[in-house]
Structure formats: C-alpha cells, structure tokens
Design a binder for this molecule. Structure first.
Ligand code: IPD
Ligand code: CA
Ligand code: CA
Length: 247
C-alpha cells in the first residue's frame, strides 16, 4: 500500500464535502475571529476515519481535536480539514484541505487541495513539488520592489494588529504590492508555484503550515520559523524580506 497515493485520494474525495458546505450555518467562534463550522468537523472526521483504516498505528493531529497526547517521536498525520474557514463561511472560494505526514522528526510529504479550483499541490521530501502533476518552482524575482507578497493578518491575535499592520505597511513600501488571501496553506502553495514571491504570518499553527512549508522548500524556496513567525520566499529575496518583517 502506498500511503501517499491513498492519502491523496482521501483528500480529493473529502474536497466534495467542502464544496457542498452542508452545515456551514452551524458556526462556533472558538476564540476571537477563530471559527469552526460543521463542515470543518465533517471533513476532519471523514479523513480521520479513512486514514485510520489505512494504518491505525499512525497518530492523528487535527485542528478540531485535542492533540495533547501526540508524541512527536512517532509518526503523525497533521491535518487542517479546512484552512480558510472564514473564507468558506463567506463562500469566498479560497479554502483548502492541508495534510502532512510526519515521520522521524520531518514532514515526509504534504498535500494541499483546493476543491474550488481543483488544484492539488503536493510534495515529497527530496522529490520536488507539483501542482496537478506538473513540477512547480518558486519565482525568480531578485528585488523586493518587483515582488508580490502575501501577508497574513493573524485575525485571532487582534492585540498585535498595530504591530502587524505597521509591518505590513513596511513590506508594502518595499515591494510591488501585497495580498491577503485568507488561507495560509494556500498562500504557501502560491509561493511554491511562483504566484507570490513571499509570504508572512505570525502565530500560525503547525496544521496551517506543515504541508505548505515542505511545498515551498521542495519548489526551491526557503521557509524560516522565527519567534512564531512564518517567513517564506524565493531564496533571492529572503534576506531583504526577513529584515523588514523581523524589524
Ligand atoms: C486560518 C487561515 C488564515 C490565517 C489564520 C489561520 P483556519 O486558518 O490560515 O489565513 O490568517 O491565522 O488560523 O482557521 O481558517 O483554519
Ligand atoms: Ca488553518
Ligand atoms: Ca482550519
């Protein structure tokens, strides 16, 4: 059995539930601007059940469950059943399922699926990154002034908004323009395929970036996680970009 292929099929199938949005009106605010809907739970439950059938010895870390018992010395599935829940609530059509497989202290493969665009981003450690089967690479822009940068708003950390928006302003002043898509996992995939030259967000969780980080790296980009800040970009602009966001 090929865990990778099987996992991919499970994710694509689960994408149908994201599109159906059954139960989208059942919304709970877990914390400030931190939402979960019945769709998030259904998608997680479906994927959990299927992955368990594949191999019940692999631990399961999912956003919508208690992960206290997870042992990082052992194998783990890391799932964000819906990355971009606020987008899904508004039918903004930019929400993805993000799944990573972690073994021996490293993410071995990552899959990010956007059921709206039917784009599947995938990467295996050491084997490159792909979008719908085609190899992808990060952009080649060398100057920040010619770069399009994704900047997350860290919506649940409103207390940091002044600092974050000041940082955004600084990035905006140095680059061509900024974007805020609303799914960190997808934004990392956009860095991987060169649609964005860089991406930054503070206080993300492992399920937001586990798969996307590997995608960027396998597409020739760099990802640094410093003081709980995720900084991703093509290698040429990393130093200049990092300098601004870490100011
Ligand atoms: C959120 C999205 C969003 C980011 C938030 C995340 P969720 O994940 O990735 O873009 O700004 O920080 O929490 O809650 O939609 O899974
Ligand atoms: Ca998320
Ligand atoms: Ca989520």
């Amino acid at each position: 059995m090929d865990l990778y292929q099987e996992a991919k099929e499970i994710i694509i199938k689960a994408g149908e539930q994201v599109l159906e949005r059954n139960g989208i009106e059942e919304i709970k605010e877990k914390g400030k601007a931190d939402y979960v809907t019945a769709v998030d739970f259904q998608v997680q439950q479906l994927i959990f059940k299927k992955l368990l059938e594949l191999d019940d010895s692999i631990q399961f870390l999912g956003e919508e469950k208690d992960n206290e018992e997870i042992d990082f010395h052992k194998n783990i599935w890391i799932l964000d059943p819906v990355d971009g829940t606020t987008n899904l609530i508004h039918d903004f059509q930019h929400s993805v399922i993000s799944l990573a497989y972690y073994e021996q202290g490293k993410v071995q493969f990552g899959i990010v699926y956007n059921p709206f665009s039917k784009e599947l981003f995938e990467a295996k450690l050491g084997e490159g990154a792909y979008r719908n089967g085609e190899k992808i690479k990060v952009s080649q822009n060398e100057n920040l002034s010619e770069c399009l940068i994704g900047m997350g708003t860290a919506p649940t950390y409103r207390q940091n908004a002044d600092t974050n928006f000041k940082r955004m302003r600084n990035v905006y002043d140095g680059c061509q323009d900024i974007r805020r898509i609303g799914s960190a996992a997808l934004e990392l995939c956009y860095v991987a395929c060169g649609r964005l030259d860089g991406f930054f967000e503070e206080n993300l969780k492992i399920w937001d970036y586990a798969a996307g980080k590997l995608l960027v790296q396998e597409a020739g980009g760099q990802v640094e996680i410093l003081e709980n800040k995720v900084i991703a970009s093509n290698p040429a602009i990393m130093e200049a970009f990092k300098k601004i966001v870490m100011e």
